[in-house]
Design a protein around this ligand. Structure first.
Ligand code: CUA
Length: 338
């Protein structure tokens, strides 16, 4: 992405630089050429249609080219690949909390393997922050009350700056961190040290603890919709609208269930606003994604997480290697339904 952004930026610099040069050269040239001379009177010059059309059309075409080029880069940067590894980001005054779909938690540091697409699903616990990695040319505001997304693929191992790029209070300038890009083998070693289990598994636990499973049943019709397979699919709402069940929809439905009620269900679900932390909402979203086979935006890792968790405990070390292999080959593992 950096090369694309740079190419466009350099093009803009060259175009504007050439225009500035042209303007100043003509300015100096005309000032000398048409300077005041004693006894010479200025003549009135009428306009030229050909000239005016030319100097309108050429800049118009240049601007349209910049617009089209910029739009291509923008959409590329705004569209995470469907099979990207997912990392949940929670911003707060004044730190970054990161949680991998595989369960690793980090603060102000994000470890990623080189060459893999990484999608960041971000929200804030308090005010607006902005997740900015200058070396990757990506920056995205992180807002309270909803998810925003950005993605990257690191191409070179190393340590890169992470900044908060939105003034968020006294310690804003201290809200910095680093992105540590590792070789795949190193990354695997890092992953193997100290995981608390996949995020979707913590989500499954929260799901059970909060009693969600009493209404959202998969074995029989419940008071709430069956959530298996719901992620990434269109949902018919009671008010006639159809929305896509993406991360933001799931999040909103947990915190404000009345806002987008599913057709055919009563408004019986209480709000969980204030009852669950941002981390728990993330875990719930990861869990619901893991029980959906929908490919759209769902990371394989989260689905694998559940499958892995259901394995017997004596094979504890094997799942991770499996997970890595499956991820490397892009295989999908079917989730066992309870
Ligand atoms: Cu967070 Cu500035």
């Amino acid at each position: 992405m950096a090369a694309r952004v740079d190419a466009l930026y350099i093009f803009l610099l060259i175009v504007t630089g050439m225009m500035a040069l042209l303007v100043f050269t003509l300015l100096i040239f005309f000032a000398a050429r048409y300077r005041h001379r004693p006894g010479v009177r200025a003549e009135q010059v009428e306009g030229s249609t050909a000239l005016e059309i030319t100097w309108s059309t050429i800049p118009f075409l240049v601007f349209m080219a910049i617009f089209a080029w910029g739009a291509v880069v923008f959409f590329k940067e705004r569209t995470p690949p469907a099979d990207a590894t997912e990392v949940y980001v929670v911003a707060k005054q004044w730190m970054w909390k990161l949680e991998h779909a595989e369960g690793q938690r980090e603060i102000n540091e994000l470890h990623v393997p080189v060459g893999r697409d990484v999608k960041l699903i971000m929200t804030s616990q308090d005010v607006i922050h902005s997740f900015y990695i200058p070396a990757f040319r990506i920056k995205q505001d992180v807002l309270p009350g909803r998810y925003t997304v950005e993605w990257f693929r690191a191409t070179k191992p190393g340590v890169y700056h992470l900044f908060c790029a939105e003034y968020c209070g006294t310690q804003h300038s201290g809200m910095v961190g680093s992105i540590v890009v590792l070789e795949p083998a190193q990354y695997q070693a890092w992953m193997n040290s100290g995981s608390t289990g996949p995020l979707s598994a913590s989500g499954e636990k929260v799901f059970a603890e909060l009693g969600c499973s009493t209404c959202h049943r998969s074995d029989m019709p419940g008071r709430g919709p069956n959530l298996h397979g719901v992620f990434g699919k269109p949902v018919q709402l009671a008010d006639g609208r159809t929305v896509t069940a993406d991360e933001n929809y799931l999040r909103e439905s947990i915190l404000d269930p009345g806002s987008k009620r599913v057709k055919g269900f009563q408004p019986v679900m209480p709000t969980f606003q204030g009852l669950v932390s941002e981390e728990q909402v993330n875990a719930l979203v990861a869990y619901i994604k893991s029980i959906s086979e929908a490919k759209a935006g769902a990371g394989t890792s989260a689905r694998l997480g559940v499958a892995v968790e259901k394995r017997p405990p004596d094979k504890k070390d094997e799942p991770r290697a499996m997970q890595a292999r499956a991820q490397a080959s892009g295989n999908q593992v079917q989730v066992q339904r309870p």
